[in-house]
Design a protein around this ligand. Structure first.
Ligand code: HEM
Ligand SMILES: *[C@@H]1O[C@H](CO)[C@@H](O)[C@H](O)[C@H]1NC(C)=O
Ligand SMILES: *[C@@H]1O[C@H](CO)[C@@H](O)[C@H](O)[C@H]1NC(C)=O
Length: 346
């Protein structure tokens, strides 16, 4: 029994490896901008010998956490984005204030907003118990993001693994690199370009807003002062506007929350794009994908609204790309024992 299971696992792992090899067929040095290049140091079977049960452990903790609170899946997916856009996917986002560390948790896009750290702690503790000093916090974020997507009904992807953890965080870079919700489309494209990500990546990854919530303060400008003119955003559908205004008054209520995709807030699907076509995207950064006068981007929104498989296919490519942004590998970085603290500060 145990041995036939092992054989099956070996075949499965081998087939994963084969698929991954196909996905990254060649490595042309310098041919890709940052984030786009295949990372030869990362591999989907990185923990095959040292912690084959890593993903199983991650998923079992996720299942409990999501059963307790559905939204946590969205919060964990967002962590990958906020990690990777700030000095690469190195778990810098998880570090608390400490000697030599100014936590990114206090940067404007993160403060009173980013969440899920307790679940990451729980996953990491379970990983340390099963495979001490083996699975990095950066890989833990990547595995938690994929597990959360899959458990919400979204696509599965092979994750290149083997990232190490940073010993530092960079709050100023978090303020600089994480796009604000009121950004224009032109600026959103720039934020993604800075990470080696293109327009397809911007539109596909924005589809992460098919799950989760945003605070009133993140969309209030659209309701009352969109163009510094004391008027609402004209692209907001009327009834949707009224609903939002009732939970997000001109003054106060800043931390009231609304679903990013009110039609199916816990299901990872393509309704996010359908809502955008109807003027019912929640954030300015969501709605401008359709109204921002970029025909290539608008066409992508329309095609994802029409074809969920296409959205999933592009999403998988783009999130793998995002997960490959400037990882620390080999002797760069470390495997933190506690995701909140660099090992030297323990
Ligand atoms: C395109 C630029 C983006 C902007 C301007 C943006 C902005 C935001 C904002 C303002 C919120 C709500 C935060 C709050 O009010 O507390 C949010 C939530 C969220 N974002 Fe984004 N985001 C972007 C891209 C992404 C990407 C690329 C991902 C993931 C790959 C992502 C995943 C999420 C998720 C899942 C939530 C819900 C989190 C929760 O419920 O805890 N976002 N985003
Ligand atoms: C976005 O919001 C910030 C903070 O409220 C504000 O300073 C900035 O002018 C806004 N940008 C746009 C384009 O409205
Ligand atoms: C939807 O996208 C998938 C994946 O790219 C493609 O195979 C399929 O033909 C598309 N369906 C339609 C109706 O265009």
């Amino acid at each position: 029994m145990a041995s036939s299971k092992t054989v099956l696992a070996a075949i499965f792992t081998a087939s994963l490896y084969f698929t991954a090899t196909l996905a990254f067929p060649a490595h042309h040095e310098g041919a890709y901008p940052i984030g786009q290049s295949p990372k030869p140091d990362l591999s989907p079977d990185y923990y095959r010998a040292t912690c084959p049960q890593a993903d199983e452990i991650v998923v079992s903790v996720l299942k409990k956490a999501i059963a307790k609170e559905q939204r946590i899946a969205a919060s964990l997916l967002r962590l990958l984005f906020h990690d990777c856009f700030v000095q690469g996917c190195d778990a810098s986002v998880l570090l608390d204030d400490n000697d030599g560390v100014v936590s990114e948790k206090n940067a404007i896009p993160n403060k009173n907003s980013i969440r899920g750290f307790e679940v990451i702690d729980e996953i990491k503790a379970a990983l340390e118990e099963a495979c001490p000093h083996t699975v990095s916090c950066a890989d833990t974020i990547a595995l938690a993001a994929r597990g959360s997507t899959v458990l919400s009904g979204g696509p599965y992807w092979e994750i290149p693994l083997g990232r190490k953890d940073s010993k530092t965080a960079n709050m100023m870079l978090a303020n600089k690199n994480l796009p604000p919700p009121n950004a224009t489309l032109h600026r959103l494209v720039k934020f993604f370009q800075r990470q080696g990500l293109d327009k397809v990546d911007l539109v596909a990854l924005s589809g992460s807003h098919t799950i989760g919530m945003a605070r009133c303060v993140s969309f209030k400008q659209r309701l009352y002062n969109q163009h510094r003119d004391n008027k609402p955003d004209k692209t907001l559908e009327k009834l949707f506007y009224q609903t939002l205004a009732s939970v997000c008054p001109r003054t106060g209520g800043d931390s009231s929350i609304r679903p990013l995709d009110f039609a199916s807030p816990a299901k990872f699907d393509n309704t996010y794009y359908k809502l955008i076509l109807e003027g019912r995207g929640l954030l300015n950064s969501d709605q401008v994908l359709w109204t921002g006068n970029d025909p290539e981007i608008a066409e992508l929104v329309r095609s994802y609204a029409e074809n969920e498989s296409l959205f999933f296919e592009h999403y998988v490519n783009s999130i793998i790309k995002m997960g490959n942004i400037s990882p620390l590998t080999g002797y760069n970085g470390e495997i933190r024992k506690n995701c909140r603290v660099a090992n030297k500060n323990i």
